[in-house]
Design a protein around this ligand. Structure first.
Ligand code: PRP
Ligand code: URA
Length: 241
């Protein structure tokens, strides 16, 4: 007689178990078709992201969670930053240590990117911050640029573009164009939730760009929102729903 396997998640229904399995697959290594995407399967990030997704989470904890996740993600997104050796005297002896060897610029896409940028800046307080104000026209889904303030020497080092939501990719592609026009060369994108459609759109124009995401979700809905997603990130962050 075939023995029934014990549920890995006792107390969950069949539907929930299937959903968990599907989600666990999505959380692993980058999906095969997106070799330029690094998905964070770290338990702490997934734990916090689940609270963030919850519609019952109000703007105050939402802001704190976004900040914390961004801080955790920056650790991996900066792994390949250049470093330069420096001499330092410890209380015991002189050693060769290392400092970041390039000027890093963090560029949040307003509004929601600001919530992530704060978490990144906590980890890298010496980074400069450039701002891009883009608002997606909810009828046409096209981004409208309303602000651009970038360091003049943005080409002096890596640029981290931060925006929690990568949906159609219209805003990200526009932001990347503006950053390239301003001189950015080493460009990486940090987002929280990405839709396959947005990843494909960025990759078509920027095949070499690495995208760091806490999750790649299933798809966009007919209004261009990510599902399951977390809703409108800017509104949830600032309580403007
Ligand atoms: C959201 C989000 C992205 C954009 C993603 O911003 O923060 O910038 O939508 O959508 P897309 O990939 O289809 O372009 P929104 O334009 O809603 O502005 P907000 O942050 O001020 O609310
Ligand atoms: N912008 C958001 O804030 N959320 C989405 O799901 C899509 C675009």
């Amino acid at each position: 007689m075939r023995k029934r396997m014990a549920s890995p998640t006792p107390g969950t229904s069949g539907w929930a178990r299937k959903a968990l399995r599907r989600y666990a697959v999505g959380m692993g290594a980058p999906p095969r078709e997106f070799s330029n995407v690094i998905v964070f399967n770290h338990p702490l990030i997934q734990h916090k992201l689940t609270y963030l997704r919850d519609r019952a989470t109000s703007h105050r904890p939402f802001r704190a969670l976004l900040y914390q996740i961004a801080g955790l993600m920056v650790y991996e997104a900066t792994r390949s930053l250049p470093i330069t050796p420096v001499e330092v005297d410890t209380p015991m002896e002189r050693i060769i240590g290392h400092r970041l060897g390039a000027k890093v610029t963090v560029v949040p896409v307003l509004r929601a990117g600001l919530g992530m940028a704060e978490g990144v800046m906590e980890m890298m307080p010496e980074a400069r911050v450039g701002h891009l104000g883009l608002a997606r026209d909810e009828r046409t889904l096209q981004p409208i640029v309303y602000l651009q303030r970038l360091p003049r020497d943005i080409d002096a080092g890596p640029v981290l573009l931060v925006d929690p939501m990568l949906a159609t990719g219209g805003s990200a592609v526009q932001a990347i164009r503006l950053l390239r026009e301003a001189g950015a060369k080493d460009l990486r994108m940090l987002c929280l939730v990405a839709a396959p459609e947005g990843i494909e759109r960025i990759t078509r124009e920027n095949p070499d760009m690495t995208i760091y995401a806490a999750a790649v979700d299933r798809q966009l809905n007919e209004r261009g929102y990510i599902v399951p997603g977390l809703g409108d990130a800017g509104d949830r962050l600032y309580g403007t729903e």
